[in-house]
Ligand binder design. Structure first.
Ligand code: 5GP
Ligand code: MN
Length: 322
C-alpha cells in the first residue's frame, strides 16, 4: 500500500499543502505535523493549513511549524496531502488553495470515505489516521523515529481511541503505542495535556451545557445543547466542547448521546453510541459522516430549533429499529 506513495513523493518539486478537517482534533493535528516531518526527511517542503482555530491544548505537539489559515496564503498548490477527512468538503476553505487538477493523497480511516484523491490510502479498520502514519513511517527508510515524531503519532492514537477505551483499541494499536512509549513518549503527560486538562472556560461551558440535559424516548436518547449564549457566558472557544457529548451517551439508559451546538451561521451535532448502533450511517444520511460509534454533521442556514426538531424526529425510529 505505501509503495504507491513513493511515486507521489518522487515527482514533487514544489511545496505541498498538508491539511485536515475543520475543527481539527488530536488525530488530525498529530497526523498533519507527522506528515510534515516525513516530507522533511525526503527534502520536500510543505505548508500546514487549516481554516479553524487550533485548540490551545495541542500547542505541545509542535512549537515551530505554523498552521496557516487559507486567507493568509496567496499561492495555489498542485499537490496536497489530506488527512483524517472522509470527504473533501471537510477541509473547508483550504480547498480554494488547490489548483483545479491538483494531485491529492488522501489518508484516512472513515468508513464513509469518498476516495476523493488520486491516491487513496483508506483503512476503515484503523483506529486513527495516525495508525496509518505509523505504518508510513515504518515503511520509509529515510524517516527516523524521534521523540517528537513519536509524540505526534501517539497523540492521534490516544485521542481517537478515547484514551485506549473505544472498541477500536486493538492489540495492534496498543503494540504501536508501546513502541512509541519505548521511543520516549510520555503517556501521562500527553493524557494530561491532550485530554484531561481543562481551562476555566471549558469547565464553565461543561457546567452550562450539562444543565441543558434533555432525555427523550424513555431516556434512550440524551441531548445536550450549547447555545450562543453559553459560548459567550463561559468565554469558551471552538474545541472546548470536545468530550462533552460522551456525558450524554454515558448516562444510564442512554443508547445515543447527541450534542447540538450553534455558532454564527451554523449548527453542529455530535453523536455517540454504543455497540452496533451505527451513528456514522445516521450522520451520513444527514450529509455528515463519522464512524460506527462517533459521528457528526454540520447544518448551514438552519436554526438550532429546526436542527433539533429534524434530528430528534429521525433519532426516534433509529434507536427503536436497532
Ligand atoms: P466529533 O463529534 O468529535 O466532532 O466528530 C466525530 C466523528 O464525526 C469524527 O470522525 C468526525 O470526522 C466526524 N464528523 C464530525 N462532524 C462532521 C461533519 O460536520 N461532517 C462530516 N462529514 N463528518 C463529521
Ligand atoms: Mn481520526
Amino acid at each position: 500500500m505505501w509503495a504507491k506513495t513513493v511515486d507521489f513523493l518522487n515527482d514533487i518539486k514544489e511545496q505541498v499543502l498538508i491539511t485536515s478537517h475543520l475543527l481539527p482534533d488530536g488525530d488530525a493535528l498529530g497526523s498533519m505535523f507527522a506528515v510534515k516531518e516525513i516530507l522533511k526527511c525526503y527534502g520536500i517542503e510543505s505548508i500546514l493549513v487549516n481554516e479553524s482555530h487550533i485548540p490551545n491544548r495541542f500547542k505541545f505537539l509542535n512549537n515551530k511549524d505554523k498552521i496557516y489559515k487559507p486567507h493568509e496564503l496567496a499561492c495555489k498548490f498542485k499537490k496536497a496531502i489530506i488527512l483524517d477527512c472522509g470527504d473533501i468538503d471537510r477541509i473547508g476553505r483550504s480547498r480554494s488553495l488547490l489548483v483545479e487538477d491538483a494531485l491529492i493523497l488522501n489518508i484516512d480511516h472513515h468508513a464513509t470515505n469518498t476516495y476523493f484523491g488520486q491516491l487513496n490510502i483508506v483503512n476503515e479498520g484503523a483506529a486513527a489516521t495516525c495508525q496509518l502514519i505509523f505504518e508510513w513511517i515504518n515503511f520509509s527508510p529515510k524517516v527516523e523515529w524521534s521523540q517528537s515524531l513519536a509524540t505526534m503519532v501517539y497523540t492521534g492514537l490516544v485521542t481517537d481511541t478515547g484514551g485506549f477505551r473505544h472498541r477500536t483499541t486493538t492489540g495492534l494499536v496498543l503494540r504501536q503505542a508501546a513502541k512509541l512509549i519505548d521511543i520516549g513518549v510520555n503517556p501521562a503527560e500527553i493524557a494530561m495535556l491532550a485530554m484531561d486538562k481543562v481551562s476555566e472556560a471549558q469547565l464553565k461551558l461543561l457546567c452550562l451545557s450539562l444543565s441543558s440535559m434533555e432525555r427523550y424516548d424513555e431516556g434512550r436518547i440524551t441531548a445536550l445543547t450549547i447555545t450562543k449564549n453559553m459560548w459567550q457566558a463561559s468565554k469558551a472557544e471552538e474545541g472546548d466542547e470536545e468530550g462533552l457529548v460522551s456525558y450524554a451517551r454515558n448516562v444510564e439508559g442512554s443508547l445515543v448521546g447527541v450534542l447540538f451546538w450553534e455558532r454564527a451561521g451554523l449548527v453542529k451535532i455530535s453523536l455517540r453510541s454504543f455497540g452496533q448502533l451505527n451513528v456514522g450511517a445516521f450522520a451520513n444520511d444527514l450529509g455528515g459522516g463519522g464512524h460506527l460509534n462517533a459521528a457528526g454533521c454540520t447544518f448551514l442556514n438552519q436554526s438550532l430549533e429546526q436542527v433539533k426538531e429534524l434530528v430528534l424526529r429521525k433519532l426516534y425510529p433509529f434507536v427503536r429499529d436497532r
